[in-house]
Design a protein around this ligand. Structure first.
Ligand code: SD4
Length: 330
């Protein structure tokens, strides 16, 4: 057979790739297959960081960032910091297919998703996420994502209620801050993973999708690269597709997946395109951790990474099952 259909995904998320493959191989569209694939990661909570019950924020809450992009029409749907609804990719698809918008955020994204028939409201916390959060509080909330502020013993919760009560309140003071007192906290970049998936269907149409809980112990309200088209993923049937994972706060400043797809459009090989996008980030942020896969419209794929070893998964007609590729930093 030919090289299509094709499924490519970050990490060895085998069940997700198999689910997307079953869908696209039986004739469904790239968009349908991306939804099936990412959902198959959300339900069993791949790596504990996709779907419900993963990476808690500073207040112990799990939220969801997700997006989907149709590389034929260039339509995008995304939800950011969505609460109480576990179906990130399905919510993103509803935004794409049933609104004129591109992104909905927070509780309003949840209300939209539920109004469109997705299950909820549900508590997105799990035994695991609660335990993780409690241990973090015990460790005086380190590592965390705040910088240049005085550390405090009792961190948060920084709820609107506590801020509006104007009473005695614990908060971080920038006035008292000094770099000698508290530098940026160390953040373990290895505790958050994302599914980002690209599918090329039998028609040669390309779609991509991403779903993640974002970064562990993020500041509530933080939106990562996950729901940003061009950052965590990008697709253009005329050129190819890209998926990313890693330190979203840094990566979203570079739109690396847009970069990769545009490089491939100009004729760059996927490997070089991926390496170039990663290198652009690494030049400014030598300590960032991240990875990218690139696949061109002919189905040639490659990966590049910085700061960690990356794995991505592929399923195509010439394979009996998913094949996992390992990429080491340059
Ligand atoms: C984020 N990019 O929210 C995601 C997390 C991730 O591997 O991909 N971790 O920053």
């Amino acid at each position: 057979g030919g090289k299509f259909p094709l499924v490519v995904s970050t990490w060895p998320f085998l069940e997700a790739v198999r689910a997307a493959w079953r869908s696209v191989d039986s004739g469904f569209s790239a968009v349908d297959a991306v939804v099936e694939g990412c959902s198959a990661c959300e339900e069993p909570r791949c790596d504990g960081t996709v779907g419900p019950g993963g990476s808690p924020d500073e207040n112990g809450e799990t939220t969801i960032d997700a997006m989907i992009m149709n590389g034929v029409t260039m339509e995008v749907g995304a939800v950011a910091a969505m609460r109480y609804v576990s179906d990130g990719i399905r919510a993103a698809r509803l935004v794409m297919q049933h609104t004129e918008h591109t992104m909905l955020v927070g509780e309003q994204a949840s209300i939209f998703a539920i109004s469109m028939g997705l299950p909820g409201p549900t508590n997105l916390s799990s035994e695991e996420s609660r335990e993780k959060w409690i241990n973090w509080k015990k460790s005086k909330c380190q590592p965390n994502f705040r910088k240049n502020v005085m550390p405090i013993d009792d961190c948060g919760p920084y709820s609107l209620e506590s801020i509006l009560s104007f009473g005695e309140r614990t908060c971080l003071s920038t006035k008292r801050a000094g770099l000698d007192q508290s530098g940026p906290y160390h953040v373990d970049r290895h505790n958050h993973d994302t599914i980002s998936m690209a599918v090329i269907d039998k028609m040669g149409h390309i779609a991509v999708g991403t779903s993640t809980n974002g970064a562990t112990f993020k500041i509530p309200g933080r939106v990562g690269d996950g729901p940003i088209a061009g950052s965590s993923a990008y697709a253009d049937t005329e050129a190819g597709a890209c998926g990313a994972t890693g330190d979203g706060d840094i990566m979203m400043r570079f739109l690396p997946c847009y970069q990769v797809v545009e490089s491939m459009r100009l004729g760059m090989e996927p490997k070089l395109a991926a390496q170039d996008a990663i290198a652009r980030i690494a030049r400014k942020y030598p300590n960032f951790v991240g990875a990218i896969f690139a696949v061109n419209k002919n189905g040639i794929h490659a990966g590049a990474c910085h700061g960690w070893t990356f794995q991505y998964s592929v399923r195509s007609p010439d394979m009996d099952d998913v094949v996992v590729y390992t990429v080491v930093p340059e």
